[in-house]
Design a protein around this ligand. Sequence first.
Ligand SMILES: [Zn+2]
Length: 300
Amino acid sequence: MTGVSGSGKTTLILESLVPALEALTTGKALPNHVKAVTAEGIEHVKLIDATPIGINIRSTVATYANVHDELRKIYARTQDAKDRGRKASAFSYNTGELRCPVCDGTGSVSLDVQFLPDVDIPCPECRGSRYAKEAWQIRHMNRSGEALSLPELMALDVNTALGFCKDMKLVHSRLEVLQSLGLGYLTLGEETPSLSGGEAQRLKLASEMGRLQTDSVFVFDEPTIGLHPLDVQTLLRVFQTLIENGATVIVIEHDLDVIRNADYIIDMGPGGGEQGGRVVACGTPGEIQNNKDSITGTFL
Ligand SMILES: [Zn+2]
């Protein structure tokens, strides 16, 4: 979906198509201004935005990507854990017995400075790891003979953790998804509210990758805003993977690189506001380029 600001892209997609598809898939009435929508075989519409993931500092990359629960089970099976009677639940930094007693597993403490607003600093007891000292004494050894405790593993970035976790089938495949999303540099224990918009956007797709998506429509609203050009290339590869898995991907976009990579363009306009609201051109990037009515075409 292309077109100058105010040409009606948001109205058509976010305010009409998305709610209409949601109504269609849940058997509810269409929005009043939508006369009809046909979407054979579509069961899900998924709006992926760049808003931060949660305000809860207890949410980390590992918990969000569903690897932490699995790691807890793996650490509970170690001899170290059995000797101490520590079960999988003990390894939860939110509620487990192995969470840091000083920061209660949040990894940070509030510093009360007189006359100044409170300042959050890394917890001096666990140095931000969220775990009590005992957790360091419970180590898992992989088949190559490398041994790490869970807090040590949580301090690794995804790329490095992939090497240590190669014997852990489920964990390894989920970490590979993060790597394919261009998030290999993130630390497992990194809290999700601190991620940038682009990182949050891609992390939200972690559970969507590697599965058949023939019945899904994904909608992205200007996903490249604020992204580094390299991240735009990563995002284009992510779109391609979704499409190869059968998904329909709709992107509202101004970025010419992304527009050139589209299979089909719907260009709104011709101008903004009063001058907008019409579909002025649609077709392949080549067809839009040759369309004299399309302002987007002149830029392509
Ligand atoms: Zn602590």
